[in-house]
Design a protein around this ligand. Sequence first.
Ligand code: R5P
Length: 338
Amino acid sequence: METIKFTSEEADQVYIAGGFAHPDLTHQIVEAIGADLGGVKYKTHPNGEIYSRYDDSVRGKHVFVVQSHIRSDEGSVNDAIMQQCLLIDAARSSSAKEITAVAPYLAYGRQDRKTKGREPIGTRVILDQLATAGADRIVTVDMHSPQAQGIFRKPFDHLTAQNLLRGAMRQEIVEFGQEPCVVVAPDAGAAKLAQQHSKELNIGMFLMTKMRDPSDNQKISRDDKFPDADGRVCMIFDDMVDTGGTLVSAAEALSNSGAKAIFVAATHGVLSDPAIERLKDAPINKILITNTFNTAVAEHELGNKLRVVNAAPMIGRALLEIVRCGSISALFNDQNNR
Ligand code: R5P
């Protein structure tokens, strides 16, 4: 994807501001498109409530409020969501022309339906909250359930980092030359994604069984052997790696089935405990993630076993297209709407 910069006229029309959750990513986004970072002040009151204010006027501007819904030193996932809503509200009541909520990682995406009685649908709660605060548009990357975007009754731009991950994966497997390769879906939910990668890479794919223990969803069981992995370089693609249970159990089963090498890629490196420990010990040649989450600890702990793919230029480019009324799907060769 070509990097294009804002003209100075366009840069004057926008106010791109970030919350406290992942300032490095916001910096990299604005830098990639030659925009200025819009200042925001914030503090947390003694009772835990958050206060935020724009440094400069947003009147008549297209305001982009960037916040990955992630835990940071400044607050919890829920604090990150709340600060984004507060900033959206502040822009609304300060006469912004248009407000886009940019959530590179949109939290509660896995609570996309009721799996038992009396459960909430968390994705709906978040999207409703952003709408109520005043967002005119949402931009996010690789939602767990892209169909949930229908909950938000305004423009929704769903970006994908899977093309970037596939490009990085191609580079990683070069050392295996002509060895047979296969794309592996670690569970049924990842099958469509695997199909797309298998088509683009022009190689086969197969789907692994995955059962979670209903009394302890950390416990995953799989079939003992996957004959299609034998002697092959296996590539797993997923939307996220959280505790690492899915990818590590898949890698172990593939290794036990005779895989020649195992590469895993996921857009969101949530990496909740004990993911890093699990990944350290897993029979995985390389783990590829993007920087929608802060990756500093993982980079330190996993060293060369980890490759971080920079998603900021892609997000920046999407913001630029939004301002120019360009096509987002054209940017992704129509592969962003799985
Ligand atoms: C599951 O459907 C998702 O796509 C991920 O595979 C899963 O949420 C990752 O979680 P964990 O790393 O904790 O297994």
